[in-house]
Write a protein that binds this ligand. Structure first.
Ligand code: SF4
Ligand code: SF4
Ligand code: SF4
Length: 151
C-alpha cells in the first residue's frame, strides 16, 4: 500500500492552506479516500501537470462514488459568482457574508484558479450534508451554466 511519504512526493508541499489543511493532512485524506487528488487546486496549475494522474496511479483505482458536482472549464468564465453566492461560503466565511467572497485560507467549496472555478472541498457543499433540493444556488446563478450535479 502506498505511504504518505510517497504521496507527498506528488503534492506541492507548500502548505498553502487553500484546501483548509496542510499538504500532509491532505495526503492523509487521500489515503483514507476522503479527498481526491483533484481537490487540491494547486495541482491544477500548469507547473503540476501530470501530478493528479500520478497520484491516482499511486492510490490505485480510487474513489468509489462519482463526484456529484462538476464545473465545465470550457464554459466557466471565472466570474466568481458561484464562489460569492455559495450557501456554504455565506454561512461559514465572514468576508463572504459582507459580499467580498471568502478569504484565502478559509475552507471553501470552490475557488477561482487561473481564471476557472475549481472544486476544492466538495464535502463542504450543503448538498452533501442535507437534502440535495435544499441548495442549487451556484448552478442557478452561474451565467454560463458551467455547473452541474450528478445527484
Ligand atoms: S491546497 Fe494543495 S498545496 Fe495547498 S495545502 Fe492543500 S494540498 Fe497543499
Ligand atoms: S459562476 Fe459559473 S462561470 Fe462564474 S466562476 Fe462560477 S462556474 Fe465559472
Ligand atoms: S450547491 Fe453547494 S457549492 Fe453550490 S451554492 Fe450550494 S452549498 Fe455552495
Amino acid at each position: 500500500m502506498v505511504s504518505l511519504e510517497e504521496l507527498l512526493e506528488f503534492l506541492p508541499r507548500t502548505d498553502c492552506g487553500q484546501c483548509g489543511l496542510t499538504c500532509a493532512e491532505f495526503g492523509a485524506k487521500l489515503l483514507s479516500r476522503e479527498l481526491r487528488p483533484e481537490d487540491c487546486p494547486v495541482l491544477h496549475e500548469p507547473d503540476f501537470a501530470g501530478f493528479i494522474e500520478a497520484l491516482h496511479e499511486l492510490l490505485g483505482v480510487p474513489v468509489a462514488a462519482p463526484p456529484p458536482m462538476e464545473i465545465d472549464p470550457e464554459k466557466c468564465n471565472g466570474c466568481g459568482i458561484c464562489v460569492a453566492m455559495c450557501e456554504y461560503h455565506l454561512g461559514n466565511c465572514p468576508e463572504a457574508r459582507l459580499g467580498r467572497g471568502p478569504r484565502l485560507g478559509d475552507n471553501v467549496v470552490f475557488h477561482i484558479v487561473n481564471g476557472v472555478a475549481v472544486v476544492v472541498r466538495q464535502d463542504l457543499c450543503t448538498r452533501m450534508l442535507q437534502a440535495a433540493e435544499k441548495c442549487n444556488k451556484c448552478a442557478d446563478h452561474c451565467p454560463t451554466e458551467a455547473i452541474s450535479f450528478k445527484q
